[in-house]
Design a protein around this ligand. Structure first.
Ligand code: AMP
Ligand code: MN
Ligand code: MN
Ligand code: MN
Length: 273
């Protein structure tokens, strides 16, 4: 079996439509897939998830959240899409996303870049508007040479700080996921640039709040990182998840279906389902 439990579509900041993603996942040999768009489950509406015989699809979402002034992402896997909890969560987070996007637009206006909200919204094409859409606008108007440059100059690091308080905090996000029958997994733990001590504190808080899993494999990572994250999953008694964080083709560090196997002694999240 090949599980890829972290992927994006045009419903958020991915480049493939959901049906295209399913075809690409099937072609890549994925047998268990979760679409986990940022703060929305819109990719699943009208989607025929049974079209590919060898591909099982579990419903998922990637919620933006925060813990102690650090922005974090929490995956909700195997959620019930019809549950009131998921509807409430996506409504709150969708509003937060739009509020934050307007705040980013205002901040960019003060730095001499007008109509960034409108520009980003056009790139989002009706999907959940995110910083990558602002990055594309900033490149298009010549304020940045590429998306990475846009994040460096305008969207990442301290520029993100104004945005955290829009999202629901960790405990609320986990409660929504659990109420929807899902498994709450802390996404890409290595991306938060926390010291080992702070990461352990985050995992303790995550577990206390009802979090059940840790994304031990997130795209391409070094064997050292995998060993470290596997040890954290063991130490905190968290189930292990694995995903590519695929957004588009051509990014070698996040290739659809390129997901290293979990260590044999870890409990995979799918054992919970
Ligand atoms: P948002 O969900 O709006 O906060 O945007 C976060 C998304 O931006 C991530 O999921 C990535 O897809 C993308 N991203 C984050 N950092 C960078 C970066 N330095 N360069 C390009 N894209 C990035
Ligand atoms: Mn993204
Ligand atoms: Mn993420
Ligand atoms: Mn992601």
């Amino acid at each position: 079996m090949l599980a890829d439990l972290h992927t994006h579509t045009t419903a958020s900041d991915g480049k493939l439509a959901a049906s295209e993603l399913l075809s690409a996942a099937s072609a890549a040999g994925v047998t268990l897939l979760a679409i986990t768009d940022h703060d929305t489950v819109a990719a699943y509406s009208g989607l025929d998830t049974c079209r590919h015989a060898n591909l099982n699809v579990v419903a998922g979402v990637e919620f933006s959240s925060w813990w102690e002034r650090t922005g974090i992402h929490i995956l909700g896997l195997n959620i019930d899409l019809a549950s009131p909890a998921i509807t409430a969560a996506c409504r709150h987070q969708g509003q937060a996303r739009d509020d934050r996007a307007r705040a980013i637009g205002e901040r960019l206006r003060k730095r001499g870049i007008g109509n960034a909200y409108e520009g980003a919204a056009a790139y989002a094409g009706g999907g959940a508007i995110g910083r990558p859409h602002f990055a594309r606008h900033l490149v298009a108007v010549g304020a940045a040479v590429d998306p990475a440059d846009a994040f460096r100059k305008f969207l990442g690091g301290r520029h993100e700080a104004g945005g955290f308080d829009h999202w629901a905090p960790l405990a609320a996000i986990i409660a929504w996921i659990r109420d929807a029958g899902g498994t709450a997994v802390l996404a890409h733990p290595a991306k938060y640039k926390l010291t080992n001590g702070r990461l352990n504190a985050l995992l303790t808080a995550f577990r206390v709040a009802g979090g059940q899993g840790l994304e031990v494999i997130s795209g391409q990572q070094t064997p050292d990182q995998t060993r470290h994250l596997s040890a954290l999953a063991r130490a905190h008694d968290l189930a292990a998840s694995a995903g590519s964080d695929f957004h588009q083709s051509g990014l070698p560090w996040a290739t659809l279906g390129k997901v290293a196997p979990l260590a044999a002694d870890l409990r995979p999240v799918w054992d919970l389902w």
